[in-house]
Design a protein around this ligand. Structure first.
Ligand code: BGC
Length: 735
């Protein structure tokens, strides 16, 4: 193994480009010449603070002394102007070379104004709105000391058991790529040195979402084809969007932990995609290569990490303890360290930290939780709601309603709706559901409320009171589901139902034969098969953030017509997981549920409960007249796909028109459907529009036999519709 590493280091270093004329590179070189080996290694070290803890405890260090000596390049989880300024002062006024620190933090879905969790935002299919959320998050964070966010998480997630599905854009790599680009643009602004631009970080590289059994941190073993086709695409898109940094994932792929993967970090990310930013490990992931059984001890972990091109060591102190000695004893080539240092310094220069190290402590912090930021949080939360069921038009509710009953532990709750990874979001600033409904209906409405059960659904002592108040009500709104802290890192679940007591409460209330509206909170797809027939409407609100209560009231009372569409499949049964819309056909496809020798379950349908792309509206959109500009597409052509959409209902609303293709035959087998384009259209009642969507050859390319992205001639089907199942079909041939 040692040989392989040494040979690789030599080849890699030879291939490094000669110094360019880029002014930033020149500045980096001038600085590098003055740095001691200890100071260079210092740039590769990231210390955690103990203000906020986002991983296993790391022993306290003498951070001030280490910063003064130039042994620290970055800190995470230090927030606020005062704390960051204090540490920055030591770095730039007391250390020999005055190299500024970079402060990183998980600004995932807002800083203090908290937006819906990323999976919820992805349900909006509104890329501009998502970019705006990230922009606002950057504005707030950059006014409070933070220059680097560990976001966006661009992991494709096909397994609802995995708690981190809440952090990403769902199961589709095409859509996930667009969302990744939008979020990166939002965080980084027009240019990295902008006043309130912060560095973004595409994470977790790579295939973290494919953890076996949906158990966090677990082994990943996938083919290169699936890796390239599904899991890597949003990362590639992140490089195209100019993301400043990458973060390694905790998992191994085919026996190699990501922080030690030459294949991922050097060959693909830097070699094939030309990534010029730097890579940070995940929390302790360099040392964790020992537990993986990939490194015998911290020394070997440090060698493997730096050789693989993992530039910055988050928390593990392995680089800090061993790299200097390893270079001195010639076990690590100093040039490898130099390359990592260059990449980190480059980003610090690009951010403008050398011009103004206090850049992020000087911005106007009165913008935090400002009215426009809260307004966007409200709009975003409304756009993220997905109407899953609406029988007998149970929704929308009338504002004339005199008496409304609210039941459930989420009704008054202010912390859970912020969801996991809520940065510095606080319940003090959250609008609860009951507050939102009260301000919508005004003083005269009679609102009765009972908690019914607790978050875990284990204390059912409140059932009796809930049933009592429900008896005399005009409308029952149930606020139930999965608490915010049940999803996120290390929150894998085998049972992806609502808490048992919540389901039980629904069953009890159903006996009253009243209209029941379920406002469903969740950070992942849940199994709703049993309770779905027991309620009249289901509005999925995910974990909606600071303005959740107002936004949900907007949707319930028709000030916003729900437009959210799922970007992740809701299974019928947990035994179907992983389940996703872009599955392959197999040699024995399911023709009908009775077919004997077909791929199927004998105890459950093959279909999900709610497919990818699904969501209802308070109006009806009719699709007609699917047409292609041609039945033949040349290798340089763009095919135009036309469709008429009519709003035949009584409310104005936004429809998300989705375009899928199927590549019928390939040198490698192809999925039954792949999303390739979509557009949103707002239509008034009775209004009709002819829409045009493009298919480019680039969109058809896939990681084909021969290991390259290629579009292959042959027959294709095109599907246009309201979700991945309900759509119209046409065909063309690529020649
Ligand atoms: C998570 C990362 C996060 C880091 C720092 C890790 O445990 O996996 O996503 O950015 O902690 O908080």
């Amino acid at each position: 193994m040692k040989h392989v590493l040494l040979i690789f280091s030599a080849i890699y270093l030879l291939s490094c480009t000669s110094p360019s004329k880029d002014p930033i590179d020149e500045k980096v070189e001038i600085l590098m010449k003055q740095m001691t080996l200890e100071e260079k290694v210092g740039q590769l070290i990231q210390y955690p603070s103990h203000e906020v803890n986002t991983g296993p405890t790391v022993k306290n260090t003498n951070e001030a002394e280490d910063i003064r000596n130039g042994y620290v390049g970055s800190l995470l989880n230090v927030t606020g102007n005062e704390s960051t300024r204090q540490l920055q002062k030591i770095a730039v006024e007391e250390s020999r070379l005055k190299i500024p620190l970079l402060f990183g933090f998980d600004v995932i879905h807002g800083y203090k104004t908290i937006f819906p969790i990323p999976l919820a935002e992805a349900s909006s299919w509104d890329l501009e709105a998502m970019e705006k959320s990230a922009r606002i998050a950057a504005i707030e964070a950059s006014s409070d000391g933070i220059g680097w966010t560990f976001a966006p998480m661009v992991d494709v997630a096909r397994d609802a058991r995995w708690g981190r599905v809440m952090e990403g854009a769902g199961e589709d790599s095409y859509y996930g790529s667009l969302v990744a680009k939008a979020r990166i643009k939002g965080f980084q602004g027009e240019s990295l040195n902008g006043k309130n631009s912060i560095a973004a970080c595409a994470k977790h590289f790579a295939a973290y979402g494919a953890a076996e059994s949906g158990r966090d941190y677990n082994t990943v073993d996938i083919s290169e084809n699936v890796l390239r086709e599904i899991y890597l695409r949003p990362f590639k898109a992140s490089v195209e969007a100019g993301v400043a940094t990458f973060m390694n994932s905790f998992n191994e792929i085919s026996g190699v932990p990501s922080s030690g993967s030459i294949f991922l970090n050097q060959q693909i990310l830097r070699g094939e995609w030309g990534f010029k930013g730097f890579i940070v490990s995940d929390w302790n992931s360099v040392t964790e290569m020992i537990s993986h059984g990939f490194a015998a001890d911290p020394i070997e972990a440090a060698i493997k990490g730096i050789t693989a091109g993992c530039d910055m060591d988050m928390c593990s102190k392995t680089y800090r303890k061993h790299l200097v000695e390893l270079v001195k004893s010639k076990k690590v080539n100093e040039k490898l360290v130099d390359e990592s240092v260059r990449r980190i310094l480059r980003i610090k220069f690009m951010l403008g930290l050398f011009d103004d190290p206090y850049k992020y402590c000087n911005n106007d912090s009165t913008v935090i939780l400002s009215a426009p930021h809260r307004q966007h949080a409200r709009e975003m939360a409304a756009k993220s709601c997905v109407l899953l069921k609406n029988e007998v038009k149970a929704l929308p509710l009338s504002k004339e309603l005199k008496k409304i009953t609210l039941i459930g532990p989420f009704v008054e709750e202010k912390i859970s709706p912020l969801g996991n990874w809520a940065a510095l979001g606080s319940g003090v600033n959250t609008v609860s559901l009951i507050e939102g409904i009260k301000s919508k209906l005004g003083e005269n409405a009679i609102i009765s409320y009972a908690k019914g059960t607790d978050f875990n659904g284990t204390d059912n002592s409140g059932f009796k009171q809930a049933i009592e108040i429900a008896k005399t009500s005009d409308a029952i709104v149930l606020a139930l589901g999965e608490p915010g802290w049940w999803s996120g890192e290390n929150k894998s679940r085998t049972n992806i139902h609502m808490p048992a007591g919540h389901e039980q409460l629904i069953k009890e209330l159903r006996k009253l034969k009243k209209t029941i509206i379920l406002v469903l909170y969740s950070g992942r797809p849940l199994i709703l098969t049993e309770i779905e027939p027991l309620v009249d409407a289901i509005l999925l609100v995910w974990q909606p953030g600071t303005e959740g209560g107002n936004a949900i009231a907007d949707v319930l009372f028709n000030d916003y017509n729900p437009s959210g569409r799922l970007s992740i499949t809701f299974p019928y049964h947990a035994g179907q997981v992983p389940i996703y819309y872009n599955y392959k056909n197999t040699g024995r496809p399911l023709t009908d549920e009775k077919c004997e020798w077909c791929t199927k379950y004998i105890d459950a349908p093959n279909k999900p409960l709610y497919p990818f792309g699904y969501g209802l509206s308070y109006t009806q959109f009719d699709y007609s007249g699917l047409q292609l500009s041609s039945e033949v597409m040349g290798m340089k052509d763009t095919l135009k796909v036309f469709i008429n959409i009519k709003n035949s209902g009584v409310n104005a609303g936004t429809e998300t028109v989705q375009l899928y293709i199927r590549d019928i035959t390939g040198s490698l087998t192809r999925p039954m459907k792949e999303l390739k384009n979509f557009t949103q259209v707002y239509l008034k009642p009775g209004e009709e529009k002819k829409l045009s969507l493009d298919i480019n050859v680039k969109d058809i390319e896939y990681w084909s036999y021969g290991n390259e992205y290629k579009a292959e001639p042959g027959k294709f089907e095109v599907f246009v519709g309201r979700n991945s199942i309900d759509n119209q079909k046409a065909s063309f041939e690529l020649k």
